[in-house]
Design a protein around this ligand. Structure first.
Ligand code: ADP
Ligand code: MG
Length: 381
């Protein structure tokens, strides 16, 4: 379905549900384009709330706050997938909400997400949904060894257990309190890539250049653009798949889709996030339009323009412990290689165990074939 939405001109206020680091970068982009901003987040010191024109300090389902947000905002977006769908539905009764509650709900649930990939005709890992003891008993042996993932609320490798035997599987499911899980077959990964797409209400889709990502302990450590180890043909296939996935979801906004490239060259979609993504922060400095610019454009009905990568780059995802003391100046606290290297460095507020900044030292050849170790142990481990 495509609809023509009226363009929301600069000067209007844009609302965002959630006030973390992603919302903060959204607020920066919106303000730079001339919009005012309103953030709904209960935390009085939320990173985005601190810099927005309006900060509504309330829970996501607070009816009065949602009304206020709708009063203030010409359109509303969300910074993360776990904002209650009900809150987005309530807002949507009064204002355009991008992405819509139904699309966010698919991304909140690995089982629904996998079903969407299958519907879109894009291969994902062989898997089984486990919601009942019968479904556990019926699991095909071919899915082992596998990874049991909770259907909801997993991130950075949390809510996952690797299992080799049926006994381990049963034990892992019990440890997850028998909540709904997805068991995925363990695949031989050669590389991981992500594609960030933006889709407008009129159906136009654009994408960022494809990123190659390296994870350490389930957490994004390094992103390299253009993807150095992935064949052009595979990159193009990933882009085509991403366009199909976002369009069949009838999605409006920025969507990040993670893919695995297997050792035989096959491409498998892993998961998606209904928002800008860690692996796309490089676009702020290395592209002429960032993922946050696209988020603003998609929700305001401004034309979507395909971002151009003007500087090939390597981005390190630096975690909080590198900063040591909350609030300490980056120049004083950051390790010497970060201080001395030329490039952009963007510290972000947030809890110490979460991503606290990213850095784009550039010169992709330095990282090629060396993985994260090429950066003196700076990356998360
Ligand atoms: P999260 O929400 O924590 O990012 P993911 O599903 O992306 O969860 O899994 C985290 C990481 O675990 C992936 O980036 C990948 O390295 C590894 N992984 C996940 N699923 C599989 C799989 N089926 N086979 C092999 N490795 C996997
Ligand atoms: Mg992931």
């Amino acid at each position: 379905m495509t609809v023509d939405v009226p363009f929301i001109a600069p000067g209007a206020t844009l609302g965002v549900m959630g006030g973390g680091q992603l919302a903060r970068m959204f607020v920066h982009a919106a303000q730079q384009m001339g919009y005012a901003t309103a953030v709904l987040d209960a935390d009085p010191a939320s990173p985005a709330g601190l810099i927005a024109h309006h900060h509504l300090r309330a829970d996501y389902l607070d009816a009065e706050a949602l009304d206020q947000l709708a009063d203030l905002s010409a359109a509303v977006t969300t910074e993360f997938e776990n904002v209650p769908a009900r809150a987005l539905e309530l807002l949507a009764q009064r204002r355009p909400v991008a992405p819509a509650a139904a699309a966010v709900a698919v991304c909140q649930d690995r089982a629904a997400e996998k079903a969407h990939f299958v519907r879109s005709g894009v291969a994902c890992a062989p898997h089984a949904v486990i919601a009942t003891p019968d479904q556990l008993a019926a699991v095909d042996d071919a899915l082992l060894p596998g990874i049991l993932k909770t259907a909801r609320l997993g991130y950075d490798g949390k809510g996952q257990r690797r299992v080799t035997t049926r006994a381990q599987l049963a034990d892992a499911w019990a440890r997850f309190d028998r909540q709904v899980c997805v068991l995925e077959k363990m695949l031989p990964l050669a590389h991981e890539i992500s594609v960030i797409v933006a889709r407008a209400a009129n159906g136009d889709v654009v994408h960022l250049p494809v990123q190659q990502n390296l994870h350490r302990d389930g957490i994004l450590a390094v992103t390299i653009v253009p993807a150095p180890d992935v064949a052009t043909e595979v990159v193009e296939r990933a882009i085509a798949h991403a366009h199909r996935i976002v369009s069949t979801l009838d999605y409006v906004g920025v969507l990040c889709i993670e893919f695995f490239v297997l050792s035989d060259g096959a491409l498998v979609v892993n998961e998606m996030a209904p928002r800008p993504h860690n692996s796309g922060h490089y676009s702020i400095d290395a592209c002429d339009l960032s993922q946050f610019d696209l988020q603003v454009r998609a929700m305001t009905g401004a034309p979507l323009i395909a971002p151009r990568l003007h500087s090939p780059c390597v981005m390190l995802n630096l975690l909080g412990e590198l900063w040591l003391e909350r609030g300490a100046g980056l120049a004083r606290r950051a390790p010497a290689p970060v201080r001395q290297d030329r490039g952009a460095c963007r510290p972000q507020d947030g809890p110490p165990d979460r991503d606290r900044g990213h850095r784009e030292p550039g010169r992709p050849h330095r990282a090629r074939g060396r993985g994260a170790s090429g950066f003196g142990g700076l990356v998360a481990r």
